[in-house]
Design a protein. Structure first.
Length: 365
């Protein structure tokens, strides 16, 4: 492609980084965050939970093993922009079908490389996640500041409606034992794969589906998916879950965890810079074991606001924030982290079996 154009990343607080254009040329705005994983960049790029975010990878070389049609978590790239130290333009892996820069250009995703990603990461850690703009079209800082000032803050932003399916669809229907209704707030493919592997027939419903419509489907269990944005802004999802409590077993992940907590009467808050990576330690409060987990969230459930009928089941060992809850009186539980991983470790995949066990028990009763 020849020599890439110069580019700039400007943050909301005025800090800027000069580098080289990577992926598509142009401009993009989003909340700048960082992911500490050394691999899994393709799954990260296609994770709907990263909608409207500019993701910074802390690992210095990205693209080593290229990209392929299989390691995707949705039907398109979801990030607003991508920030790396250095692209590997000649990948080395038998599964690779194209280089990451080509992949980003094909999907018109603007990125920047050749910047000090360590300095950027430390700045976000110190100051908090904030909006930023990447541009290879206009490097005038004053112009970029004006554009950035018009961008909405992540607080109060409902992004589930941007990434949810427009119509319900069947992911699998093989006459399996369990009929699961999955509410799509930004669901990852690997969640659906694992539910299928555990013997579930899954129908995926749009985020704005009502409790009445879900119950008319007569599911054995209800799954609340991951997704982007402020959970408190997804008022229709909270209302739907309130109408489903106690009707069928419920399992939530990430945004689904937060929406379940809100439906139960708890509150959520925005983390300073979020948890994003594939090596976050979480303590299981039932048995005292530590699970190494995959995480991607910028909001958390306020443990001090949990009602009496809800108990914490998992806690983050880095900052003691909520990582899991369970209801005492109804079959409903959720986790903040990603037991389906992709990318990440498999320590927590037992949670899918717990969902199966709840549905089994409900059938017996």
């Amino acid at each position: 492609m020849g020599n890439p154009r110069t580019a700039v990343l400007l943050l909301q607080d005025g800090r800027f980084f000069s580098g080289k254009s990577f992926g598509a040329e142009g401009e993009t705005i989003g909340e700048v965050c960082f992911n500490t994983g050394m691999s899994g960049y393709q799954e990260i790029l296609t994770d709907p939970s990263y909608c409207r975010q500019i993701v910074t990878m802390t690992a210095p070389h990205i693209g080593n093993y290229g990209v392929n049609p299989e390691d995707i978590e949705s039907d398109r790239i979801q990030v607003a922009g991508f920030v790396i130290k250095e692209e590997t333009s000649v990948p080395s892996n038998w599964r690779s079908t194209q280089a990451i820069g080509e992949y980003l250009r094909e999907h018109k995703i603007v990125g920047i490389q050749s910047i000090d990603t360590r300095a950027l990461t430390r700045h976000i850690r110190d100051k908090g996640a904030m909006n930023g703009i990447i541009s290879s079209a206009d490097e005038n800082i004053e112009h970029l500041q004006q554009k950035l000032a018009q961008a909405p803050d992540m607080n109060g932003l409902d992004l589930a409606q941007e990434v949810t399916t427009k119509a319900s669809y069947q992911w699998s229907s093989n006459g399996s034992k369990f009929k699961v209704a999955a509410i799509d707030f930004g669901i990852k493919y690997n969640i659906l794969r694992l539910l299928k592997n555990h013997g579930c027939d899954i129908t995926v419903f749009p985020a704005q589906t009502t409790a009445k419509e879900i119950l008319e489907f007569e599911p054995n269990g209800i799954f609340l998916s991951n997704g982007p944005g402020d959970p408190a802004a997804v008022t229709y999802g909270i209302e739907t879950v309130q109408g489903l409590l106690g009707k069928n077993p419920i399992f939530g992940i990430c945004l689904g965890h937060q929406i379940l907590a809100l439906a139960l009467g708890a509150k959520t808050f925005k983390l300073k810079f979020g948890h994003r990576g594939i090596n976050h330690p979480v303590k299981n409060l039932y048995n005292g074991t530590v699970e190494i987990t995959s995480q991607n969230h910028g909001f958390a459930v306020d443990l001090d606001t949990l009602p009496e009928n809800v108990i914490p089941t998992h806690v983050n060992l880095n900052d003691n924030t909520s990582e899991g809850i369970r209801c005492k009186d109804i079959p409903a539980f959720s986790v903040q982290y990603h037991p389906e991983s992709s990318p990440g470790p498999h320590d927590s995949r037992y949670l899918f079996q717990q969902f199966i066990d709840l549905m089994n028990n409900a059938k017996k009763n």
